[in-house]
Design a protein around this ligand. Structure first.
Ligand code: ATP
Length: 215
């Protein structure tokens, strides 16, 4: 746990409500994500955890409510800032690109980094994530844990202020699950704020600074 006196909110959700075809998915959600925390959003299947995450990522509009990032009103659908990164449950790697190309595509194409600078940064991440031997392999040649670490590297290279994970343990066996828990703790030590959607209570209890229960 961080010292309570030093905790400051980086992301604030106020009175968020969402319906799909007149079905209320969530109503008046108030949530603060504290800087450098690992906050887990937990709850039973179908309660709206992924939908809430998608609204934070600007992939799904809310019906009402507001967002603040670092104290400023913020529109999650404006993707120009890259403040919030995501590791999807199914990783969503580009099947036709190798590991290095998967990681460098966005910095080169969207952020206009030079290929040399993007590759240098990608190689640093690959080394940290123990993926250097896999740098020229394609997604179909990787294990589940390796694919997840590539997805993490692909998010990290954009230097987000918050890194989100949707069900990070659902496709992993128990040894990979605790490896990913250790990785999240290492990122926390480096100052990263992380948001984890999970139905895995044991994982949430183990890694979280704070837990937000839905449903
Ligand atoms: N695009 C959509 N259109 C209509 N209904 C949707 C849509 N996306 C999600 N829902 C519904 O919203 C509800 C919440 O779904 P969501 O995936 O957010 O739940 P969850 O808590 O993440 O579930 P799980 O733990 O099973 O992944 C479900 O009833 C789902 O069917």
């Amino acid at each position: 746990m961080n010292n309570v006196a030093t905790r400051t909110p980086i992301l604030e959700l106020t009175n968020l409500s969402k319906t799909f075809a007149n079905k209320v998915i969530f109503k008046n959600i108030n949530l603060q994500v504290m800087k450098n925390d690992i906050l887990s959003i937990v709850g039973p299947s179908g309660v709206g955890k992924t939908t809430l995450l998608r609204t934070i990522l600007g992939l799904e509009p809310v019906d009402s409510g507001s967002f603040k990032f670092a104290g400023q009103v913020f529109d999650p659908t404006d993707h120009s800032q890259n403040q919030i990164g995501i590791v999807f449950q199914d990783y969503r790697l580009f099947p036709n690109l190798n590991v290095l190309e998967n990681i460098t595509l966005a910095p080169i194409q969207a952020q206009k980094q030079t290929p040399a600078a993007a590759v240098q940064q990608a190689d640093r991440l690959l080394e940290f994530l123990k993926l250097t031997p896999q740098r020229k392999l394609y997604p179909f040649q990787l294990s589940g844990g390796q694919k997840q670490r590539v997805a993490i590297a692909r998010a990290l290279i954009l230097e987000p202020q918050i890194l989100c994970y949707d069900e990070p343990t659902s496709a992993l066996d128990s040894s990979n699950k605790w490896q990913v828990a250790n990785l999240l703790r290492q990122f926390q030590k480096q100052g990263m704020t992380q948001l984890v959607v999970t139905h895995d209570d044991q994982f949430a209890q183990k890694i979280s600074s704070d837990i937000f229960q839905m449903g």
